[in-house]
Design a protein around this ligand. Structure first.
Ligand SMILES: *[C@@H]1O[C@H](CO)[C@@H](O)[C@H](O)[C@H]1NC(C)=O
Length: 229
């Protein structure tokens, strides 16, 4: 059998572009951005490693290969931030440090860093050991950008039922996602969590409610959606 060089060449070309795509596939990443006064973004965002541009930092690759942090390119914390900003139309800024080979995020939405308050990046409730373009993420990861992250005591995590019935108090639990400890004194739907982190909520109307836990010394929690019937 004779294969033309053209056929072989185009086969190799297709095969290598599949291989390249497999190396840096787009994935949905769970991203949450907790600003100074409100949640700026919370949801899944489709992202892959790519160039990121900021007003103060310019354009740089942001695919996990920054500072040789990984051997294969992939989706990163900051590529997810950039894609969410573009799609949901909020702004962000960051300076670029060539030594560090990464952006240093200075502002997201109207939450701008100060002399004492900085943006922190966490994956699965732990501070990332590297910058946001070095930190690659998987679809199962929870990426969190948190304003004033370094002076907060707790990173709240809320859990509870998906459905509730009017007249029957539903139990929600507030913990610190970093260490799993219950957090007392957090506010959920105008109720306050007790020593064991739980709070009972009596819904008075039907519909889908989105609840978050908040506390003055803590980063507010993820949202829990509950359908009240
Ligand atoms: C990414 O940015 C670099 C400059 O940092 C540039 O050289 C390169 O061409 C850009 N790549 C793409 C695909 O735009």
């Amino acid at each position: 059998m004779q294969l033309s060089w053209l056929a072989v060449a185009s086969y190799l070309c297709v095969a290598s572009s599949f291989a390249a795509a497999a190396v840096n596939p787009g994935i949905p990443v769970h991203l949450r951005i907790e600003g100074e006064r409100e949640t700026i973004f919370e949801g899944d965002i489709f992202t892959r490693g790519h160039n990121v541009t900021t007003p103060s930092g310019g354009t740089h690759p942001c695919n996990g290969l920054n500072d040789k942090a990984n051997t294969l390119p992939g989706a990163t914390c900051t590529s997810a931030l950039a894609d969410a900003a573009r799609r949901k139309r909020f702004t962000f800024d960051g300076t670029f440090d060539p030594t560090f080979d990464d952006f240093f995020i200075t502002a997201i939405g109207d939450s701008v860093q100060t002399a004492t308050q900085f943006w922190g990046i966490l994956v699965n409730f732990q501070f990332t050991p590297v910058g946001g373009c070095q930190q690659e993420v998987r679809s199962s990861d929870e990426v969190l950008f948190a304003f004033d992250a370094f002076s907060k005591t707790h990173f709240l995590k809320l859990s509870g039922p998906r459905t509730a019935i009017i007249g029957k108090p539903a139990k929600f639990t507030v913990i610190d996602g970093m260490n799993g400890e219950p957090v007392a004194g957090a506010s959920v739907n105008d109720q306050t969590s007790g020593a064991d982190g739980t709070v009972l909520i009596d819904f008075t109307s039907r519909g889908t409610k989105s609840l978050k836990a908040s506390k003055f010394d803590s980063i507010r929690s993820n949202a829990v959606e509950v359908i009240v019937v």
